[in-house]
Design a protein around this ligand. Structure first.
Ligand code: HEC
Ligand code: HEC
Ligand code: HEC
Ligand code: HEC
Ligand code: HEC
Ligand code: HEC
Length: 470
């Protein structure tokens, strides 16, 4: 007869041995084969090879193999990057391969490791002890390690990049310039100023990959890859996007990506902000005198281009009016122009630019109007003929105007005439003159040439004012 307790004892013994085996393997991984240990032993070999005299040989020989970390309570970080990047502030290591290499550009002399740590500039998972986990790209971690080529994105949190010594953050500064040059402000707000067709970008650098539509994103699923692919082809990444692809060289694409990543609204303790950042905040309270031409390039040119001809926008499937065309500005006084700029054309692609919308101040909008006008003075317009018939106007409009302006004046390929701001800002005399003379160098025909006299114009005005149904 077998003793059942014997069998149990065997089972117990074997399972204990298996558990012990696992524990030993884990201990070995932690204590003998861990990645950081290999790195540190490697580093010790480099130290020994470099040691010139007996003292430094002794010091290198006693190099402790242990986890190293930098705790920065003010930033809420514990960075163990220095467990592997041991030579990071040792100039003798400048020619060693990664991770032993000394830090480039002497950045750590200014930003001491004890005060700053590493992740404040690099992102990544500070507490990790393998490079894969520190990088944290395919990991549940909001801010994976930035590629070294994009790390200048961090400077903007604590500095006014334009005030840094030349070349210290060249890529970031180039990205900021491109944002102006490419007219991104036409559709995006920063600090409360800009168009509203696209989202405000103040905090786009703190968005995580989960906050982007990535169904069409091929390759690396990181925010920076998304941004650079989206610049190449906005519609390919976000179907139906109204964002035009900015023509960028690969170098410019990277610079603009760095700038986007740098847009982070985070509250850092005062002592981490460089003096130039604090000056930048005060400088914003005293903006320079507005320059109409510069404002135009920044806020209007993306849609209106030079404003001297009507632009066909294939994204909008609509003409964008020639707002610096002499035959337009001569027909409007400054007040009407200002009303259009301040209130925009609600429901169309033309945004409102007043303080509550696009964030432009009155002096800025006045400078813009002066720029639109150039040297062209408002003409004395003949009074509009009155007493037209809405009925006859409807027929005329349907035959001659609806194909471009929409049967209900809702705007089709040409501007919306039922628009409340148009209805308010445009005088009858302005409408009459526009119908009679059209606008030179635009698709808007001069109907006087088609034989329209006072009677037809009166009928059309009656219809434009009262005939549209919602
Ligand atoms: C376990 C060791 C280890 C840890 C921990 C570690 N690294 Fe590294 N790091 C490496 C190695 C090895 C390389 C070189 C890898 C390569 O070239 O593929 C490297 C490369 C880098 C690079 C260059 C990558 C590039 O884009 O060229 C940066 C930047 C970097 N590490 C920063 C960090 C930061 C910041 C941390 C802490 C969050 C960190 N590392 C933690 C081992 C480590
Ligand atoms: C003040 C911001 C800042 C801090 C703090 C900082 N770095 Fe960097 N680091 C950078 C920038 C910017 C670069 C890219 C420089 C370049 O090549 O233009 C960089 C590059 C690197 C590289 C890659 C070098 C290369 O080009 O291959 C490594 C590795 C690295 N840093 C590690 C660290 C570690 C580890 C720490 C913490 C001890 C740290 N850094 C702290 C800004 C910083
Ligand atoms: C977390 C905040 C922080 C970040 C991020 C940061 N810096 Fe700094 N930096 C400072 C502070 C604070 C000082 C002032 C140090 C002092 O004067 O003691 C400074 C000083 C400097 C200086 C020397 C002073 C000067 O203006 O000439 C340079 C250069 C510099 N930083 C470059 C950079 C670059 C380049 C980056 C991005 C890679 C960067 N910093 C990122 C906080 C930061
Ligand atoms: C004509 C309007 C227009 C212009 C000009 C424009 N954008 Fe956009 N942008 C949009 C719209 C609309 C979206 C939202 C749809 C999308 O993601 O593509 C968008 C989305 C974005 C996003 C993604 C933001 C997020 O939070 O998802 C970024 C980043 C961006 N634009 C940057 C830029 C930059 C940089 C420029 C200048 C080179 C620019 N845009 C020019 C209309 C525009
Ligand atoms: C071939 C297309 C086309 C036709 C047909 C046409 N228009 Fe226009 N119209 C335009 C375009 C395009 C503009 C904007 C021109 C510019 O400044 O670039 C415009 C501008 C106007 C404006 C000024 C709108 C504003 O926002 O200031 C009025 C008023 C107007 N048209 C009335 C009419 C009337 C009335 C008719 C018919 C009798 C008509 N148009 C026929 C294309 C057309
Ligand atoms: C996102 C594209 C876009 C931007 C940015 C934009 N506009 Fe427009 N604007 C339009 C469109 C489209 C129209 C015609 C409205 C319609 O379709 O009904 C228009 C109409 C106008 C008109 C009326 C023109 C007329 O014929 O009566 C003025 C004036 C004007 N814009 C000025 C400006 C100024 C000044 C800026 C810069 C501060 C600006 N726009 C920025 C798209 C834009």
């Amino acid at each position: 007869m077998s003793d059942p307790s014997r069998a149990y004892k065997w089972i117990l013994l074997i399972s204990s041995l298996v558990t012990l085996g696992f524990l030993l393997a884990a201990a070995a991984r932690e204590n003998v084969t861990a990645e950081w240990r290999h790195v540190q032993k490697d580093y010790q070999r480099i130290l020994l090879a470099k040691a010139g005299d007996a003292t430094s040989r002794r010091v290198a020989g006693q190099f402790p193999v242990e986890i190293r970390q930098v705790t920065v309570p003010a930033l809420n970080t514990v960075d163990r990057c220095v467990s592997c990047h041991l030579g990071i502030d040792d100039p003798r290591m400048k020619d060693q391969p990664e991770p032993h290499r000394a830090h480039p550009k002497e950045l750590l002399k200014i930003h001491r490791t004890e005060k700053f740590g590493c992740t404040v500039c690099h992102q990544g998972q500070g507490a990790a002890l393998t490079f894969h986990e520190a990088k944290a790209e395919d990991y549940f971690w909001d801010y994976p390690l930035l590629p070294a080529s994009l790390t200048e994105a961090s400077c903007n949190s604590c500095h006014d990049p334009r005030a840094l010594p030349r070349g210290a953050a060249a890529k970031l500064v180039r990205g900021m310039e491109l944002f102006d040059e490419k007219g991104c402000w036409a559709c995006h707000k920063l600090d409360g100023k800009g168009g509203q067709l696209g989202p405000a970008l103040d905090n786009v650098g703190l968005k995580t990959k989960h906050q982007f539509i990535r169904a069409n994103l091929k390759g690396s699923q990181t925010v920076w890859h998304w941004l650079s692919q989206h610049f190449r082809d906005p519609m390919g990444i976000v179907p139906g996007s109204r964002m035009p692809a900015p023509a960028l060289t690969p170098v410019e694409n990277e610079a603009l990506t760095v700038y986007m990543l740098s847009l982070r609204k985070r509250s850092l303790p005062e002592e981490y902000l460089a003096p130039d950042k604090i000056e930048q905040k005060y400088a914003r309270l005293h903006p320079p005198a507005p320059n109409g031409e510069a404002l135009y390039k920044q806020y209007c040119a993306s849609c209106h281009d030079t404003g001297l001809y009507t632009r066909w926008d294939k994204n909008f499937q609509r003409f964008v009016p020639a707002i610096r065309n002499p035959s337009f500005v001569r027909t409007e006084d400054d007040e009407c122009l200002l009303a259009n700029v301040e209130e925009g054309r609600p429901g169309t692609f033309m945004p409102a630019w007043g303080p509550k919308a696009g964030g432009l101040s009155k002096p800025e909008m006045e400078a813009l109007v002066a720029y639109l006008r150039g040297a062209v003075k408002p003409a004395e317009l003949a009074a509009a003929p009155a007493g037209g018939s809405v009925e006859r106007g409807r027929t005329l409009f349907g035959r001659n105007c609806a194909g471009c302006h929409g049967a209900q004046g809702q705007g089709l390929i040409a501007p919306a005439l039922a628009n409340p701001v148009f209805q308010k800002a445009a005088t009858d005399a302005f409408i009459a003159e526009t119908i009679r003379s059209g606008r030179e160098n635009t698709p808007m025909p001069a109907f006087a040439r088609a034989g329209f006299g006072q009677a037809e114009i009166a009928d059309l005005i009656a219809h434009i004012r009262k005939g549209f149904t919602k």
